[in-house]
Design a protein around this ligand. Structure first.
Ligand code: GLP
Length: 261
């Protein structure tokens, strides 16, 4: 795991977008794993700008989102399909047929989860996975006690998560109770991943996720097992980390990061 600390949310989003753009340019038919949530909005805004101003080409990219609320279809403004169209897909030259989210309106949700896993495998697996983190430490919708080897499945959402995501629905009671999510095991199979978090309210969970013990109570801690995971945070989200001096030294001195200075 590597931790990169940027001064503020904009700088963190810019760095993540630059890292994604570099991977797309190196491998135009890349398989991207995508995340939703407020944190990612800033990243998608920069990627849209890069497409418009620098011609960043998404035409051959394939994407798989982490999760979707059970019962919500593409036209529902609370759905993650709607979010992705709104924040990214409608504004870049990606082929909609190459953009995938679990179909959480399927009459057979277990079968849909199997289909989604098989589709990821048929596309050769995920090259680069973007991740946000919930306040209680979930990645995707892997709520507390998600098995570290779990696969795509239906998961019941905790009251904390429903509260956190309530603004999209006009109140926690209106947030769906279940979601389809890639499992922790599914996520750990990606070749590279970037976890991004910003703001003071993520400081505690970032410290636990990065420097705490691995536990299925906090699925983000499982990323410590990943071979190539970069955690990008702003100063606020980094404020409870212990080894910040070391993390800063890495960004300022290691050759991999020179291009981003
Ligand atoms: C939702 C998503 C997660 C995301 C989290 C963080 O719960 N399912 O994938 O990481 O929100 O959200 P935010 O960026 O809004 O804090």
């Amino acid at each position: 795991m590597e931790v990169i600390i940027r001064p503020d949310e904009n700088a963190a989003a810019m760095l993540v977008a630059q890292m994604v753009a570099k991977e797309i340019r190196a491998n135009p038919s890349i398989v991207l794993g995508l995340a939703t949530g407020r944190t990612m909005e800033a990243v998608y805004a920069v990627l849209v700008q890069m497409h418009e101003k620098e011609g960043l080409d998404f035409s051959l990219c394939r994407t798989f989102n982490l999760d979707e609320y059970v019962g919500l279809g593409p036209t529902d403004s609370g759905s993650y399909r709607y979010y992705m169209n709104d924040h990214l897909f409608d504004h870049v030259n990606i082929d909609p047929r190459n953009t995938h989210l679990p179909d959480a309106t399927s009459p057979d949700l277990d079968l849909e989860c199997e289909r989604y896993e098989a589709l990821i495998a048929r596309n050769g697996g995920i090259d680069l996975q973007l991740l946000g983190v919930g306040k209680a430490g979930h990645i995707g919708f892997n709520e507390p006690l998600s098995a570290l080897r779990s696969r795509t499945r239906v998961k019941a959402l905790t009251p904390t998560t429903r509260e956190q995501n309530a603004t999209m629905f006009g109140g926690p009671d209106k947030v769906p109770r279940r979601a389809i999510t890639m499992g922790v095991g599914t996520i750990l199979e990606c070749r590279k991943c970037i976890l991004m978090a910003t703001g003071k309210n993520k400081a505690e969970i970032i410290a636990k996720s990065v420097e705490g013990p691995i536990t299925s109570m906090i699925s983000a801690t499982a990323l410590q097992l990943h071979r190539k995971c970069t955690v990008v945070v702003d100063e606020d989200a980094a404020s409870k980390l212990a080894a910040t001096e070391y993390y800063r030294w890495i960004f300022e001195n290691e050759p991999e990061w020179q291009a981003y200075q």
